[in-house]
Design a protein around this ligand. Structure first.
Ligand SMILES: Nc1ncnc2c1ncn2[C@@H]1O[C@H](COP(=O)(O)OP(=O)(O)OP(=O)(O)O)[C@@H](O)[C@H]1O
Ligand SMILES: [Mg+2]
Length: 285
């Protein structure tokens, strides 16, 4: 009997031969330390990209832990696991979020993929292909740290936003994550976003430090994505279960996120290998 990895390789090849015309960019948002603003960044960046005319699906990989569902006051009825088990169609797990962003609760649903038989896995991945065709961006809000569960995503993604705050422990933990990615996913593009800064200079210093050590010890380039100031509108919006880019569109935090979205859009087209390849890597790791 052929193993899962072999079957997935065949799927990737057949997908490539079909010349899939549209592949969404897949971005994982992560951090070394928890509570640094990943979910706020994922949600508000998705909204900004959507407002700029992009089709965006945001996938919450950490269901229930103070994440997207709680932040937006959404109660997901189903998660990706229901699609994988055949109980629901993909359309049933996609929720309408703010400003046209589509939201999917991934959560434990993604973990069950690792245990599926090869025919179930093929059928699951085939069911997700429409996600890739219908989106310009698929953004995964991952958990913090270097647990097996998080690292899988970081090794599968082509573009990764590492979020840190300007505190030594957070910066050190961000470096730890970058180190793992540089070693086991060397073709990934890593962006650094510094959150809760006092001013841009503080953010610049953090990025320069990280760039310097990554260059020196890992020979790995880091791309600065931008800096978000500490902004009291953010916790206010979180309490109201609303995204700050909608409640306070002119706040400094909203302006920064908008610049990040513009930056990502302005980058030379990064040829995405697509979702099939992403899931292939996610479960062959
Ligand atoms: N720019 C900011 N200014 C002020 N407060 C902020 C800012 N960004 C995030 N916060 C606050 O920090 C807290 C954590 O944010 P968030 O939930 O986005 O972090 P996280 O990295 O996703 O956390 P976890 O690791 O638990 O998933 C929230 O209560 C939020 O209000
Ligand atoms: Mg979070």
């Amino acid at each position: 009997m052929r193993d899962q990895a072999e079957r997935l390789r065949e799927l990737v090849n057949s997908q490539n031969q079909k010349g899939n015309p549209h592949k969404a960019r897949i971005i994982a948002v992560t951090s070394g330390k928890g509570g640094v603003g990943k979910t706020n960044l994922s949600v508000n960046l998705s909204i900004c990209l959507s407002k700029m005319g992009q089709n965006v699906t945001l996938i919450d990989t950490d269901l229930g832990l103070a994440n997207i569902d709680l932040m937006l006051g959404i109660i997901p009825q189903y998660h990706l696991g229901h699609v994988f088990s055949g109980e629901q169609e993909l359309a049933d797990v996609i929720m309408d979020g703010p400003a046209g962003v589509k939201i999917i609760a991934g959560g434990s649903g993604l973990q069950v993929l690792a245990d599926l038989s090869s025919w179930q896995l093929d059928s699951c991945i085939n069911r997700l292909i429409t996600l890739e065709e219908n989106n310009d961006f698929i953004i995964f809000d991952t958990g913090a740290g270097i647990s097996n569960k998080v690292v899988r995503f970081l090794l599968a993604a082509e573009e990764i936003i590492v979020v840190t705050i300007p505190e030594p422990t957070s910066i050190a933990d961000a470096y730890g994550v970058i180190k793992i990615i540089s070693k086991d996913n060397p073709n990934a593009k890593i962006y650094v976003a510094v959150n809760m800064v006092r001013n841009d200079e503080e953010g610049e210093q953090v990025v320069e430090r990280l760039q310097m050590v990554a260059e020196k010890f890992l020979h790995f380039p880091l791309e600065p994505l931008g800096y978000i100031q500490y902004d009291s509108n953010v916790p206010k919006a979180v309490k109201q279960q609303q995204p700050f880019s909608l409640t306070h569109p002119n706040s400094k935090a909203s302006q920064s996120i908008k610049q990040m979205a513009q930056y990502l859009l302005a980058l030379p087209q990064h040829p995405s290998r697509g979702l099939t390849s992403f899931f292939h890597k996610l479960f062959s790791w």
